[in-house]
Design a protein around this ligand. Structure first.
Ligand code: DGL
Length: 252
């Protein structure tokens, strides 16, 4: 039987997962839950996120889901351990793919961008200790980028290009060869970032989906109307517009 997966993000960042799942034609129903009234989460406290995730989880559990895909680094960092101990269903999370740096040549120079909340979380400190104990990867918490990208719901990319460039200026021409994306919002403009900074972007979306496929024994299916949309925790969005948005291409 087709499984139903609840996909959670503060805003539109998790749509990058929806897009990839649809591309791979996975045999699943998706329920997308976000919190557009309170996005971004990157500057908020852990206590606040715990309250909000409770509402989103209850919303999803009322709809009989088989698993949760936490398509948000910030929520994973701040809430996933507690959720896993309380809810007895598979909860897949996402975190910056720092291990990538171990698999590449010594000439490579890595930077990592993420939200301030992920940066200061205990979970991220542990990840850093395990994967980069010598602190070779330069880490940059960015205060504005996620929200600028969120505003693409209502604006064309041209309206935010200058602000986005300013936010990323700190990384430009510093000799970085790779940039690890530590926030799912960033993936939406990853092609633009690659070209602007002249780096190879490291994005864990596909790895997370492979992990989820294994965990839940998911296969492919013929395309059908398997995408459901829920917007109960935020303001009302048009689900068709969101689907189209997920396929927008922000190449330069
Ligand atoms: N998309 C999210 C992440 O992966 C959250 C961004 C935010 O709400 O600040 O971290």
């Amino acid at each position: 039987m087709k499984k139903t997966i609840g996909v959670i993000d503060s805003g539109i960042g998790g749509l990058t997962f929806v897009q990839e799942i649809q591309k791979q034609k996975l045999n699943v129903n998706l329920l997308y839950v976000c919190d557009s009234r309170n996005v971004p989460y990157g500057g908020k406290s852990q206590g606040f996120m715990k309250e909000r995730i409770e509402i989103m989880m209850q919303n999803l559990l009322g709809k009989k889901i088989d698993a949760v895909l936490m398509a948000c680094n910030t929520l994973t960092a701040e809430t996933i351990d507690g959720l896993r101990s309380r809810f007895h269903l598979p909860i897949v999370g996402i975190e910056p793919y720092m291990r990538h740096a171990k698999l590449t040549t010594s000439q490579a120079k890595y930077a990592l961008i993420l939200t301030p909340a992920t940066f200061s979380s205990k979970r991220f400190q542990k990840l850093q200790m395990e994967n980069d104990p010598a602190s070779k990867i330069d880490v940059f918490p960015l205060t504005k980028l996620a929200m600028l990208i969120e505003s693409l719901k209502n604006n064309p990319f041209d309206a935010i290009r200058e602000e986005v460039s300013k936010e990323l200026l700190i990384l430009k021409d510093k000799g970085y060869t790779h940039l690890i994306l530590g926030c799912t919002h960033y993936t939406i403009i990853s092609r633009w970032i690659e070209s602007y900074l002249n780096v190879e972007v490291v994005d864990p979306t596909r790895n997370v989906i492979e992990h989820m496929k294994m965990m839940l024994s998911l296969g492919s299916s013929t395309p059908d109307e398997s995408f459901l949309y829920s917007e109960d925790c935020g303001e009302r969005w048009d689900s068709k517009a969101m689907k189209d948005f997920a396929f927008m291409d922000f190449a330069v």
